[in-house]
Design a protein around this ligand. Sequence first.
Ligand SMILES: [Zn+2]
Length: 327
Amino acid sequence: MASQNSVLSNLAELHMHISSSVTPEILWDLAHEQGMKLPARDYFEFAKLVTIDGQVGYADYLKMYDLLEEIQSTPESMFHLAEQVPTHLYQHDHIDLVEIRMNPMLRSRGGKIDLDHIIVYTLQGLERASLKFPRLRTGLILSMDRRFSKEVNTIIVDKAIKYRDRGVIGIDLAGPIDKKFRLNDLVGLAKRIHAEGLGLTIHTGEATDADEMWEVVQKLKPNRIGHGIASVHDEQLMTFLAEHNIILETCPSSNLQTLAVKDLEEMKSNYHTLLDNGVPFTINTDGPILQNTTLPKEYQLLLDNFILTEAQISEINARAHAASFIR
Ligand SMILES: [Zn+2]
């Protein structure tokens, strides 16, 4: 049990997609409440479609998100999930700070569902969770997507700015690798995000290499980076990250499942390289249900395999609290 180890309490989770943080039981109920036709008629078959067992590779992993997002495409569902997910994390995993990320556009059923409804219902769910647990702090990050045009990503940034004072704390870039994607399209948006005082985090150095990470840090100047594990192959990049205090939101189990990291041995070498080079990083789940993990389990994995010490974990968790976009 996580609570037996005092270092694994009052944890902060900075990188969690709500898509992959909902139990099959809840998803099953939500889908049935909407009368949705699911790809599996049997519950246990369905449960297999929404949780990962073993290594699946990056492309198949992202495909699982389509079904998850489809089920979560009503304001009412988001309201319930935004309350239930942090509640569970607080009660079971000793998480007292959670930043949840989601892409409202991928929940709009092709424009039929109003984005403001999705966002406001989500914010209200998060607020209700905080009402139950006064020590629990929550915030919402809106994700842009690599598959979207500049115009569509601009709409997401506009919404983040609109709801900045009501619980939206930052902007992310996620989504599968897309050949049409141009980082230059986001330069102006990144400037606006910084000027508005929102946090900016970018998924890079997971399925992409250190070269893309260089482009991201120089052109978009993010406060944090989603994953960024590819930086271990570039000493100059690691120095840059350390000097500019750009924090990596690393996700150990997720990297193993998507094959971004081959095995525990490579993981150990990666983390030790980051430590040796003074790169600031945090530990996160990416999506605890899909990844079949919890944040305490992630830390325990690193402890058990002599990748991190308890003292390092305390320091990393303190850093995660300090690096939060929640004021
Ligand atoms: Zn992610």
